[in-house]
Design a protein around this ligand. Structure first.
Ligand SMILES: [Zn+2]
Length: 47
């Protein structure tokens, strides 16, 4: 898996549900309120 460059405004945080998987959201994704899904437990945000 290739390392992706971290965009300015990108936030990385642990999954609030399982705390096992680190999720990444870019400024763009936040701007458009894109949903994220934890691949470990299936949790979906942005809540
Ligand atoms: Zn999770």
């Amino acid at each position: 898996m290739a390392e992706q460059p971290i965009e300015k405004g990108t936030v990385r945080f642990k999954c609030p549900n399982c705390m096992k998987y680190e999720l990444t959201r870019t400024a763009h994704e936040r701007k458009i309120a894109a949903k994220y899904t934890c691949p470990a437990c299936g949790f979906t945000g942005p809540n």
